[in-house]
Ligand binder design. Structure first.
Ligand code: GLN
Length: 280
């Protein structure tokens, strides 16, 4: 087994340009999935001979990975905030960066109060479901305009036993008259011409969840303008954005009635979330 996995991880390095550590990790994740065992099991069975059927099952996945398909779409799952979320090419793969948005939201959700929270463009549901599970008293609503994404988010909520109200809505379009204490979102924010969209895993993700106009700010502009009509006085808006958009998003937040917006850095030190409170 060690030879087979070693060769596979060298191929991942050579073909996809992964670093050795990532390639080894991906190889183990794919092997564990192909053979329906845990990655820990692989360590203990390193010297086992492999049956032909096992080699074939692993090779089928490896060929797809070498063609660029993200590991999360091959295994159908990605962990977010310590829980497994089902994913497919209909939804963005949850990113660790987005855990910052979750932390900031949780810090504004007292665990003894029934706050109303809205997650815009929920995708896999990872943000809304995490908030609902971490704050059982909260009433969490999540919208997406994609029916396929909503089906995945609902499935994740069922599997993880989360209470979330899911609605088909293009941002706020079907939320007339609804008010929230906290609105969060990870909208598309990449510029359509950004070469990043043509590289790596991102190529296989829904472009509708990634790209937003010539400067990547189309959806952030729409959201900040519309949010005010759905926030209670003193309510908070928190939005994830691109590595160089903090100033632009802060300006949009000020225009939308949030007088003192702030930005927060992710683990890589990049200002990744901006937000603030609507004036009273
Ligand atoms: N952070 C993602 C990326 O750069 C983009 C996610 C998004 O547009 N919301 O791949």
């Amino acid at each position: 087994m060690a030879d087979c996995l070693g060769a596979a991880s060298r191929q991942l390095v050579a073909t996809l340009g992964l670093d050795t550590r990532t390639a080894r990790l991906e190889t183990r994740v794919l092997a564990a999935f192909a053979w329906n065992v845990s990655p820990a099991w692989l360590i203990g069975h390193d010297t086992d001979p492999l049956a032909d059927a096992h080699i074939a099952a692993f090779d089928a996945l490896l060929v797809r990975r070498l063609a660029g398909e993200p590991v999360a779409y091959l295994t159908g799952t990605r962990e977010f905030y310590g829980r497994p979320f089902h994913v497919s090419p209909d939804v963005l793969i949850p990113r660790p960066d987005t855990e910052l948005l979750v932390e900031l939201a949780l810090a504004r959700m007292p665990d003894d109060q029934a706050v109303d929270v809205l997650d815009l463009g929920t995708g896999s549901g990872c943000i809304a479901i995490t908030l609902a599970l971490e704050r059982p008293l909260a009433h969490v609503t999540a919208v997406d305009r994609s029916a396929a994404a909503l089906a995945i988010a609902r499935r994740n909520a069922d599997t993880l036993n989360a209470r979330v109200e899911f609605l088909a809505s293009d941002w706020f379009d079907t939320l007339a008259g609804r008010y929230f204490d906290l609105i969060v979102g990870n909208p598309p924010y990449v510029a359509v011409a950004d070469p990043h969209l043509a590289r790596g895993d991102v190529r296989f993700e829904p472009v509708s969840a990634l790209a937003a106009g010539h400067d990547g700010l189309d959806d952030l502009r729409r959201l900040t303008r519309a949010a005010r009509a759905h926030l209670r006085h003193g309510g908070t808006l928190l939005l994830e954005h691109g590595y160089d958009q903090a100033d632009a998003v802060q300006a949009l937040l000020r225009e939308s009635g949030i007088p003192q917006p702030r930005s927060w850095a992710d683990l890589a030190g990049i200002l990744r979330v901006s937000g603030g409170e609507l004036s009273e």
